[in-house]
Design a protein around this ligand. Structure first.
Ligand SMILES: Cc1cc2nc3c(=O)[nH]c(=O)nc-3n(C[C@H](O)[C@H](O)[C@H](O)COP(=O)(O)O)c2cc1C
Length: 172
């Protein structure tokens, strides 16, 4: 599958089967996270693999967008490792770095025959507390991953309604 085919085919899966995700596939997704570019290659990502009954019950309690996935990656930024701008006080690259990491993971999951959905609808502080994260570990997003259920479909109308390129691109 070419990159363009994968990008066009992928959609956010919001209905999962119970089938567990194989260890090798989890490892491939983590490899894709490792290969992601980050500012100055500081690699500030910290990823929690939520799989145990306890972790899954916690995340399902705190987030209504897990959609029955058998596992969830909690992608965080280690604020001790992020790039900080000298010229723009207060700017830290963590959220941008973790977004690239999560994109790599989402696309690799699809290549492995797995669905996923990027999730930001959760209370960051409540999640940090539930998983006893140190104060310098900032949750950025969740990525529920698993095998799509037979009735999974792209969530119209958000999936395939695209703005024309001319409306978001200007040549200068
Ligand atoms: C930053 C970001 C936050 C998102 N948050 C959520 C979320 O909390 N819950 C959810 O169901 N989908 C969430 N999504 C998924 C988007 O709704 C979805 O990617 C978009 O509608 C395009 O559909 P597609 O992924 O099927 O192409 C999020 C996506 C991004 C990039």
């Amino acid at each position: 599958m070419s990159f363009m085919e994968l990008a066009a085919e992928r959609y956010s899966v919001r209905s999962y089967s119970d089938r567990p995700v194989e260890r090798e596939k989890i490892d491939r997704i983590l490899k894709a996270a490792q290969l992601a570019p980050t500012a100055v290659n500081f690699q500030p990502q910290m990823i929690y693999v939520l799989k145990s009954d306890e972790a899954m019950s916690n995340i399902n309690r705190l987030c209504r967008c897990v959609y029955g996935a058998p596992m969830v990656f909690l992608i965080c930024s280690d604020e001790r490792r992020t790039w900080k701008s000298q010229t723009e006080p207060g700017y830290s690259s963590g959220e941008m770095d973790c977004s690239i990491v999560c994109t790599h993971m989402m696309l690799e999951a699809w290549e492995q025959g797995l669905g996923s959905v990027w999730v930001r609808l959760f209370d960051v502080e409540a999640v940090a507390k539930a998983f006893a994260l140190p104060p310098y570990i900032k949750p950025v997003c969740l990525l529920p991953v698993g095998y799509a259920s037979e009735d999974a479909v792209p969530y119209a109308p958000w999936h395939d309604v695209y703005r024309p390129i001319e409306s978001f691109c200007k040549e200068l």
